[in-house]
Design a protein around this ligand. Structure first.
Ligand code: ACM
Ligand code: ZN
Length: 553
């Protein structure tokens, strides 16, 4: 009964609160991604070490939200806030946390009044996002001062919920490796933007980065390359080599578990990508029988696409794939598992007796269908274990099952076709989402970057990222299949973590706003708010590109 009463109270609060004194002229509160509805009120709340967080409902994940808030309090005051239950709690100088199950998943209502802050959400994740908004309402300068006494927070009422359920970035840790601490910094950065997916690209031609107990050579051999193409050099102009080995670099299974938990504690799902049957040279170098030729493989030192791919004719390939995936599924609770499928030249299959025999036996007419045969078997394995499969848009070429989610990268064309066919889609077209492209037109001002066609330099400024329309020409019915979008950071030419953050930021904020606030975009407002957000980047030591401020786009 008490619970029903408190639910009713929470519901009543949500529908009745509004500013007692509205300030129409001072209408901006700088939060990125832009909340669905913001009303600025008169006055401010004074957040101090004496402010208590009062929990009005129980949820085992609530400490994740309060831990985040207390991390901010530590930074501001050098101490945490008391977290107490509602019974006998004070009425003033408190942050009340209420539950209203009828609010949207991940959504929240945040009311800041001069006497109390009231947060209402359906679940702990919504509370976490309310606290993220609250964080951005603190003057960023206060975070860098040595322990302030208190900070004022503008009175306001915010109602908010994300548009897309999948909001993420891809981080390639294969071309260049990044430490566990660096990956955790990316996770913190994503949480700041209310992103909820880290697509972790952990296997590649140039390096295998995840420990697999059943196949130890994957990391003994596959995590080291003898040499590396120098970042910023290109084959068209004659690539250069560093002249030294790179690796061994990989994550142990304990480290993977640590990262997955760190992300989960911030409501971020880590989706692993085991890229196959192409982009597998590091694995073939470790276990040559997996390839059509069966020998002569070497962890790739050059960027680009390799014609050395896994053999789909041999049963031992499937035994290997299932052995690897069994351990991957143990490590990653994510419902979605990414199996890559991109840039897989089919030449080796044409010349391989085992692959040709498989095609004959299965009555497959094209090598694209052979790749589909492979995907179907991998998907069946994942489904047997209660998981769903994601693949890059190339996997559409030989046909896909209706249960596969397509990640559209070669423009939005593949994604549009998939959505029209009723497949779920994540949009990440090169035109708007490839964070490995330089950010400024004046590329002399940018760090080393990869250029597919050096004669025709391309770049991806903030304006372009922000302008993405993931729905493109889809009808309302078809739009339902677009589940989100993400930015992709490939790291062929990104050798340091500072450089990685430079490529992520500020463009990740544009992806965040496009995916959270799809119906509510305004570039001028966004860039005004960005001027505030970058002060948070500075307070947390995140490097970011200044290209937008230099070039105005
Ligand atoms: C990709 O960029 N090859 C997915
Ligand atoms: Zn073969």
């Amino acid at each position: 009964m008490k619970r029903i009463f408190s639910l009713l109270m929470a519901a009543a609060m949500v529908t009745t609160i509004s500013c007692s004194r509205h300030i129409p002229s001072n209408g901006n509160i700088a939060i990125i991604p832009q909340p669905s509805k913001v009303e600025v009120c008169e006055g401010s709340f004074n957040l101090s070490p004496e402010t208590a967080v009062v929990l009005h409902f129980e949820d085992e994940q609530l400490p994740l939200a309060t831990n985040f808030l207390n991390g901010v309090a530590e930074k501001l005051f050098g101490q945490t806030l008391a977290v107490v239950n509602a019974e006998g709690a004070a009425q003033e100088n408190v942050i009340n946390v209420h539950q209203n199950p009828s609010l949207p998943a991940e959504g929240y209502v945040l009311e800041v009044t001069p006497t109390a802050i009231n947060v209402t959400a359906a679940n702990a994740q919504g509370v976490f996002y309310a606290f993220q908004s609250l964080h951005q309402m603190v003057a960023p300068e206060a975070l860098t001062e040595k322990h302030v006494g208190s900070v004022g927070i503008q009175a306001a009422k915010i109602e908010d919920a994300p548009h897309f359920p999948h909001r993420g970035v891809l981080f390639d840790v294969c071309r260049h490796f990044f430490t566990v601490d660096e990956v955790k910094t990316v996770i913190d950065m994503l949480a700041m933007h209310k992103m909820n997916v880290l697509h972790w690209h952990i296997t590649e031609d140039q390096g295998w980065r995840i420990e697999i107990k059943k196949y130890p050579k994957l990391t003994e051999i596959g995590s080291v390359r003898a040499d590396t193409q120098v970042a910023g050099t290109h084959r068209v102009h004659g690539e250069q080599y560093e002249g030294k080995p790179y690796g061994p670099f990989f994550y142990t299974q304990d480290e993977i578990r640590d990262v997955v938990k760190y992300a989960a504690d911030r409501f971020i799902t880590v989706i692993p990508e085991i890229d196959m049957p192409g982009h597998m040279v590091a694995a073939l170098s470790s276990y040559p029988h997996l390839g059509c030729v069966g020998e002569g493989y070497k962890v790739r030192e050059l960027w680009g696409i390799s014609e050395e791919v896994m053999c789909i004719g041999k049963e031992s390939t499937f035994e290997f794939v299932e052995g690897v995936l069994a351990e991957v599924l143990e490590l990653f609770p994510s419902e979605y598992i990414h199996i890559g499928g991109d840039e897989c030249p089919r030449k080796a299959w044409k010349e391989c007796p085992a692959c040709q025999a498989r095609m004959k036996k299965e009555r497959l007419k094209t090598e694209a269908q052979l790749q589909t045969y492979f995907n179907h078997r991998v998907e069946a394995f994942l489904q047997k274990h209660g998981r769903k499969m994601i693949g890059w848009d190339e996997i559409l070429e030989g046909g896909v099952s209706p249960t596969t989610t397509i990640m559209s990268w070669r423009g939005t064309k593949g994604g549009i076709a998939a959505a029209k066919a009723g497949n779920q889609v994540i949009m990440t077209p090169t035109t708007h989402c490839y964070l490995d492209y330089p950010q400024g037109a004046d590329t002399t001002q940018e760090p080393a970057f990869g250029e597919r066609r050096p004669e025709k330099p391309h770049y991806l400024p903030l304006t372009k990222v922000y302008s993405i329309d993931p729905y493109d020409q889809l009808t309302e019915e078809e739009q339902k299949f677009i589940i989100g979008m993400q930015g992709n950071l490939w790291t062929e030419h990104v050798t340091t973590f500072d450089h990685a953050m430079y490529m992520f930021l500020p463009r990740t904020s544009a992806i965040a706003e496009a995916s959270w606030s799809h119906n509510n975009k305004d570039f001028e407002r966004y860039t005004t708010n960005l001027n505030n957000l970058v002060k948070f980047y500075e307070a947390y030591g995140y490097n970011y590109a200044k290209s937008y401020w230099r070039e105005g786009k």
